[in-house]
Design a protein around this ligand. Sequence first.
Ligand SMILES: Cc1ncc(COP(=O)(O)O)c(C=O)c1O
Length: 381
Amino acid sequence: MKNRKLVMIPGPTPVVRSIQNEMGRETVAFGDPTFVKDYKETIEDLKKLFDCDGEVFLIAGTGTLAMEMAIANNLKAGENILIVSHGFFGDRFVNLCERKGLNVDVLQSDWGDIVPLDKIDEKLASKKYSAITVTHVDTSTGVCAPVAQIGEIVKKYEDTLYIVDGVCATAGVEENMKKMNIDVLLTGSQKAFGVAPGLALVLANNKSIEKRKSLGVIPEYYVDYENWFAVMKDPSKYFATPAVNMVWAMKESVRIIKEEGLEARYERHIKNAKAMQAALEELGFKILAKKEHRAPTLSCVLYMDGINDAEFRSTLAEEGVVVAGGLGAFAGKMFRLGHMGNIDKHDLVSTISAIERTLNRVGIKDALGKGTAVLMRELEN
Ligand SMILES: Cc1ncc(COP(=O)(O)O)c(C=O)c1O
């Protein structure tokens, strides 16, 4: 019998039927009044959900494009930027910002840990930075940055814009732009929103919009806020063709989020993550991120001695669950497991039990049922 494959990589995450249905609808003209209304409503809902007092840019692209959009519109060549990096995706800003001709300073943690808050404060006090970037959840390490606490620090530095990469967090880990002093929040559709890949989102508050206006003509074209303002205010206007079906899919995702309630959704992610991590530890794995910094959206899971990464992941795929490999120095040493978006208890139980069957098949014979029991106890608490 052919298995249903459960895609438990840290994005794209499983796409529920009602969202798939939106992607499968007959495409209409982007000027179609019903689509224009849907697009506008989605933008307004996103503003409300994340407390954005400026503009939401919802355009075709990926998380990396959203990173580029955030940098392009908020800094010009020669300005100083501080990058706080907890892994591979934090480091991605370095390359992006160097290409832009920015003066880049980086604070990097060991993988699994965070940069201490006093180091960030010290660095921000040492010179004038036009912006700081923080990756909320670094998908290479499963570390969740203390975004609210960093926001409190950044508040002291009025000229510094706070840019948060929420690609592996937004809609799964609390983010409130006003409360957390975030000026730009960027993300993509394929992770905690539970939509297929294809949309880039940049939520810019008024301070960021003012900064864009002060920059005059910028070198970038597609990602220029100025080219999108009119469209976001009135989506019947054209700049570049909107991804009609993806916008509908995002509208459905937002409907699901509103129905669940943001608070409940954040709580569910925390509970699920704790349960999954406890089950994995019961099975003998270790989690890369220190306990106090573990993300609610994914886990980076270190193998015990004697497990071969390629064999483990291909056997797990045969058992019906797909996970991702480790990045950087952790390639071959761990797997990355997403547990975010619109997944439910069935997905979690199926995942842990498939991991147990896999362990059994690769020679660890006492695994069956052990992790599942812990998982279910944690979930039912
Ligand atoms: C935290 C983080 N930032 C940025 C990106 C880049 O996003 P994309 O692959 O959609 O371009 C990713 C992708 O996984 C990510 O996890």
